[in-house]
Design a protein around this ligand. Sequence first.
Ligand SMILES: *Cc1c(COP(=O)(O)O)cnc(C)c1O
Length: 370
Amino acid sequence: MTGNEQKYIAQAFESNWIAPMGENVNQFETEVAAYATTNAAAALSSGTAAIHLALQLLGVGKGDRVFCSSLTFVASANPILYAGAEPVFIDSEEETWNMSPWALQKAFAAAEQEGKLPKAVIIVHIYGQSARMDELIALCSHYGVPIIEDAAESLGSTYKGRKTGSLGTFGIFSFNGNKIITTSGGGMLVSNDRRSIAKARFLASQAKDEAPYYEHSRVGYNYRMSNVLAGIGRAQLEAIELRVGARRDVYNRYFTAIGSHPAVKFQPELEGTRSNRWLSVMLLDPEKTERSPDQLREWLESENIESRRVWKPLHLQPLFAGCKFYSHNAHGKTAVSEKLFEQGLCLPSGSDLEPIKQERIIHLIEEILK
Ligand SMILES: *Cc1c(COP(=O)(O)O)cnc(C)c1O
């Protein structure tokens, strides 16, 4: 917390608007839209809800197909299942760890052959690093398929000077407790299309028709953000640039200390992009060290330091068994996302990680890699 949250929470209590509507919700939407440089925003109960509504607004329904990055948290793809649609997973490429334009091209070509193009493509900016948007947008435009940017982890990151979340038809942010700013739980759907955002608010409040009584013509959801939590979000958003700076400092300290170790590589920052470095993530090259990411994780754990494995790609998850997957690499070669999963480790990256504590972490990593 920044210290200013109480001010906005107090305003919610003073006005007696504790409902999922009120001044904080309206202001938080305006402020996030302005920050993300989009025309409009809808404050929601989670990032997952935002993805679900984006799919609804794009008309994704039963039997439709949706392409999605494979290297991501399950929340990126769960809403595809809520919609009764078919997820198709796309591999990563080495320079951003995000959706490979080469694999996406293969997936589009195969879908076109089958006569079944996807209704949407969900592009994730993993760990805060933006994907190769120019190439991905060009492909999606060619096939006429809209993009949902899952910017849950990348608030504050830029691609060629433009904010992630503002580059697709829809963008989504998450304010879950683990994200760079938080409302404890919450999310935001952003778009330049004001009418779609108005419709998202309608769907998120049980789809009540204009009538003097309760009338409903279509299925709705209870997905709005509470006015109290929006107050937390307003104070948090004021601190976003400080948070990005702090996370980048954390990354730079890791990189300076261990980035030149022959077995160690960090997530690259593609030229022309700026990552918020939500998490500092390293790879251990199995040809240059006998230590595995799990050994390193356990070693840190024994010192009461938490680290975590890189997301297990969704095409390897039991939940998505049988779903199609398009690799960046030729048949028979390990997919890029699988390699990142096998070799990657997310290091402690909190905005409030003190340099002296981080030195201890670095020292332990150096010890085990000796
Ligand atoms: C956190 C996260 C989400 C989901 O956000 P919630 O607010 O937790 O529902 C979606 N996608 C990615 C990549 C995430 O990291």
